[in-house]
Structures are given as C-alpha cells and as structure tokens.
Design a protein. Structure first.
Length: 86
C-alpha cells in the first residue's frame, strides 16, 4: 500500500502523512448521516484486498484531527482495525 501512495501526486507544500487512527474524529458538519451497510461492507472488502488507495483529508483541531473528506474510508478502516491511515 505504501508504494501506491508514494506515487500519488501532491501539490506544493502538501504531503501524505500517516496518522494514528485513534486521533481522527468525525466532523459534526458531515452532511451524510446514514451510511449504507452493504456499500460500506464492499468498501471494507476492497480496502482489505487492495489497501487504502486514496488518503483521507483531515484538519488539526487541538490534539485530534477532524475528518473533512473520506468518512466512508475512515469507517471501513475502523472495521478493519487499521492503526494508521494516510
């Protein structure tokens, strides 16, 4: 998985970092309140087989990181018990 992410293009000043999954919290501004369990399970299977191919996007809020983009990926990673997320 790391080799796939190392090839991902980044903009100037941006870099992909791996964060402790426990430090990431969902945003209270997330418009999606209901997540289709079957679709989430398919995503879990995909991440399990292929890795997390696209990083989530977060912003620092105090000691935590608020999730901005990628809540379904974050939820799937939680189900898989991943310790670190890109």
């Amino acid at each position: 998985m790391a080799s796939l992410l190392s090839e991902a293009p980044t903009r100037a000043g941006e870099e992909i970092q791996y964060l402790d999954a426990a430090a990431i919290v969902p945003s209270p501004l997330q418009p999606r309140k209901v997540f289709d369990p079957a679709a989430l399970e398919r995503l879990v299977e995909s991440i399990n087989e292929n890795g997390l191919l696209q990083p989530i996007v977060v912003r620092r809020v105090g000691e935590k990181y608020e999730l901005i983009v990628g809540e379904r990926r974050w939820r799937a990673a939680q189900q898989l018990g991943l310790d670190k997320l890109p």
